[in-house]
Design a protein around this ligand. Structure first.
Ligand SMILES: *Cc1c(COP(=O)(O)O)cnc(C)c1O
Length: 215
């Protein structure tokens, strides 16, 4: 599965984040031994435990909602935080990155779905952040992330991905013309990754398709 998926994504210039939440370390090592190095987790405690015990050349992405008081636990090692949904969280990440003498790469998570439960900031808040990146010297804004509605209606999902993709292009042209860092668009999961690829995703967050269902 991982090989064909990688090939399919690679055809679009996209990479796979293997979402290993709730899965044991053996399952991660299985994929690791097939060459996968990029993994995503959605809970801080699970992420730090797996970071501690698994090979150090794994690139770890935080993809789940993140509480400010837990940033300090992942700040020393996390490679990319997909789920930055507020300015105050971003300020905390900047502070913890400074303490660790490093820069931390992030994606701004935009709310693209009408569903009340889906987290994310508005395009206005993201715009304000992009206007004032100089005040966050330990942050590298690498792009945007979004989650589509949980629905079988492909048209709704496609509309949401299109809107995220448009926001990405708009922000890039407005604020990051000379900054090649702003290059990642994280959208698409097991159920909707094909649409996401069509709409310009560069990072697919794939869990159940690789590891089996979590239930
Ligand atoms: C669990 C999760 C995924 C992966 O979901 P699958 O449907 O199993 O591929 C992607 N993104 C986020 C934010 C998740 O929490």
């Amino acid at each position: 599965m991982i090989d064909s998926l990688k090939k399919e994504a690679g055809g679009f210039g996209a990479r796979i984040v293997a979402v290993s939440k709730t899965k044991p370390e053996e399952a991660i090592l299985d994929l690791y031994n097939k060459g996968q190095r990029l993994f995503g987790e959605n809970r801080v405690q699970e992420l730090t435990q797996k970071y501690d015990s698994l090979p150090k050349d794994i690139e770890w992405h935080m993809i789940g909602s993140l509480q400010k008081n837990k940033v300090k636990y992942i700040a020393p090692f996390v490679d990319l935080i997909h789920s930055v949904d507020s300015t105050s969280l971003l300020e905390r990440i900047d502070k913890e990155a400074n303490k660790n003498n490093r820069k931390i790469s992030v994606l701004l998570q935009l709310k693209i779905s009408e569903e009340g439960t889906k987290a994310g900031m508005s395009i206005d808040e993201a715009t304000t952040i992009c206007e004032s990146t100089a005040s966050l010297p330990h942050i590298i804004i690498k792009g945007l992330m979004g989650m589509a509605s949980f629905t079988h209606d492909q048209e709704i999902v496609q509309t949401e991905f299109k809107s995220l993709s448009k926001s990405f292009t708009h922000l890039k042209e407005s604020y990051f013309q000379d900054d090649s860092n702003f290059s990642e668009l994280s959208m698409g999961m097991s159920g909707d990754y094909k649409l996401a690829l069509k709409e310009g995703a560069t990072l697919l967050r794939i869990g159940s398709l690789l590891f089996g269902s979590r239930y």
